[in-house]
Design a protein around this ligand. Structure first.
Ligand SMILES: Cc1cc2nc3c(=O)[nH]c(=O)nc-3n(C[C@H](O)[C@H](O)[C@H](O)COP(=O)(O)OP(=O)(O)OC[C@H]3O[C@@H](n4cnc5c(N)ncnc54)[C@H](O)[C@@H]3O)c2cc1C
Length: 464
């Protein structure tokens, strides 16, 4: 029996995010054969995840299939798989797909596996908080938001109603700010219209941040504007404060310099306080001798090569170079730089030069902050710029068109087309007495519905 022939290609790209897709497009256009392996089938536009969580956009509109994007290039091979190891001396990558381990030979390897949430050593917080990193995260948070408003509408337990309508967002970076602003806006512009009896004033949104300013990456005028705008819209901004404990029904805040903590109750706690590199960064560090920072990011060489290897490159959120921010333009430009190096358009060893075209974050409807070099913009102009830039960078004409239509519906009108939620079967704990039932429900019948009971205070439920 002959030996199995190793599956080989010119370039392997790991990931399907911003860095990976930018590299893939360059290689695809140059006709270089490559395999792109990712553990997700989509190219996720993370900056708009908060709009999926708040019902403005559907997940598919910000997460087109990477296979479809690259379908027209015969030199591109897209595979769904999780990369678990690499043997640099043999130039072999190991990935798992369809329940099997596969070896794949390469001449050049580009890693762009991004980052995930970091809980700063308190991993137990993951179980009691909502995150916003993946499509699943956004859909889970959206279901929770809808559930909270729906249950607040029907519960007769005032304490529980207050908790259902209380939201804590931890971390006042761009994601935390966008989310806090949107949840408050949702209350006033959607639920107040859609649910009788719920007003924006009933809804508490608290944004808590360890630093002394909101949006610490900006600082100065933009941070001040962000805080003032959020407060104007009704979001409570708590600065210089750490969250020391979180459970299913709230969190404990501890202000810097204070001896004691303050307990805040809320049914929804969102964590957007930090990131750490995904696992493959650790594997690459071990196999190539590349050092990492505290967040597990690879301290790559100036030309984006990893450790002592001239054939392994890493880009984007899994890396740290010259204090560049963990933002999509850094990943995209890095991906293009590496692809150009591989196809010979850029001389080997050329340092990566990031061209900073500015950064921006939306605060709420008609308000955003934008920084382009020394130019700082706030308010409506920044918001229009935000819309334009995000429209340009969304992948696919159809997605752009649908997003613009959805933005018109949500920002000018009151539409949230993607709010849906199906109540899980739950055990009824208490029956509302017949005389307490509103006129519309002629009789109350005690029901026993099987399945798990969500933890929480007793609820009064009438089934007519
Ligand atoms: C909620 C949110 C809002 C943001 N807003 C902005 C913004 O407004 N502006 C901005 O510039 N940036 C923003 N960012 C940051 C930006 O999205 C990231 O900087 C960018 O996605 C980094 O690109 P990347 O290619 O390094 O990683 P990612 O885009 O995260 O892609 C990583 C890819 O690797 C895959 N992967 C991971 N591990 C493996 C494995 N072992 N095997 C196979 N595949 C694997 C994943 O499935 C994914 O496809 C935001 C991020 C988030 C989460």
């Amino acid at each position: 029996m002959g030996e199995a022939v190793l599956d080989r290609t010119e370039v392997v790209i790991v990931g399907s995010g911003f860095g990976a897709l930018a590299a893939a497009k360059k290689l695809a256009k140059a006709g270089t054969p490559f395999v792109l392996i990712s553990e997700t089938t989509e190219h996720l536009f993370q900056p708009l995840l908060y709009q999926v969580a708040t019902g403005v956009l559907a997940a598919g509109e910000i997460a087109p299939s990477v296979r479809a994007i690259l379908a027209k290039y015969p030199n591109a091979d897209v595979r769904l798989g999780r990369v678990v190891d690499v043997r640099p001396d043999e130039q072999v990558l190991v990935y798992e797909a369809a329940g099997q381990r596969h070896d794949l030979g390469y001449k050049s390897l580009i890693a762009a596996t991004g980052a995930r949430q970091s809980y700063f050593g308190r991993d137990e917080f993951a179980k009691v908080t909502y995150a916003l990193k993946t499509v699943d995260d956004a859909e889970r948070l959206r279901a929770q938001i809808v559930r909270c408003f729906e249950e607040a509408h029907t519960t007769t337990d005032l304490e529980r109603r207050k908790n259902l309508l209380s939201f804590i967002v931890i971390g006042a970076g761009a994601t935390g700010v966008e989310l806090a602003g949107q949840i408050k806006e949702l209350a006033g512009r959607y639920f107040e219209q859609a649910i009788r009896g719920v007003t924006a004033d009933d809804v508490t949104v608290t944004l808590v941040e360890g630093a002394g300013v909101a949006m610490p990456a900006y600082g100065g005028k933009l941070s001040e504007y962000t805080k003032a705008s959020l407060e104007k819209s009704g979001v409570e901004v708590v600065l210089n404060t750490l969250v020391t404990d979180i459970d299913d029904h709230g969190a404990t805040f501890k202000a810097h310099g204070s001896d004691s903590g303050e307990r805040r109750t809320a049914e929804t706690v969102v964590w957007s306080a930090g990131v750490q590199a995904n696992d493959f960064a650790g594997v690459l560090a071990e196999r190539t001798g590349c050092e990492t920072d505290r967040a597990g990011r690879l301290l790559v060489n100036p030309d984006l090569t990893v450790g002592g290897r001239a054939d392994i490159f890493a880009v984007g959120d899994m890396t740290s170079l010259n204090k560049l921010p963990g933002q999509s333009p850094v990943a995209m430009q890095g991906g293009r730089h590496v692809a150009k190096t591989i196809i010979g358009k850029t001389k080997r060893g050329t340092p990566f030069q990031f061209k900073d075209k500015g950064s921006m974050a939306i605060i709420n409807r008609f308000r955003a902050v934008t920084k382009v070099k020394s130019i700082e913009l706030t308010g409506f102009v920044a918001w229009v710029l935000w819309l334009a830039v995000h429209m340009v960078y969304l992948v696919g004409f159809r997605n752009r068109y649908v997003a613009v239509m959805s933005w018109f519906g949500s920002f000018l009108g009151h539409r949230r087309p993607h709010f849906y939620y199906a109540q899980e079967p739950q055990k009824v704990l208490e029956t509302l007495a017949v005389e307490e039932v509103p006129d519309s429900a002629p009789e109350a019948i005690e029901t026993e519905v099987i399945a798990s009971v969500p933890a929480g205070p007793k609820e009064k439920v009438a089934v007519a």
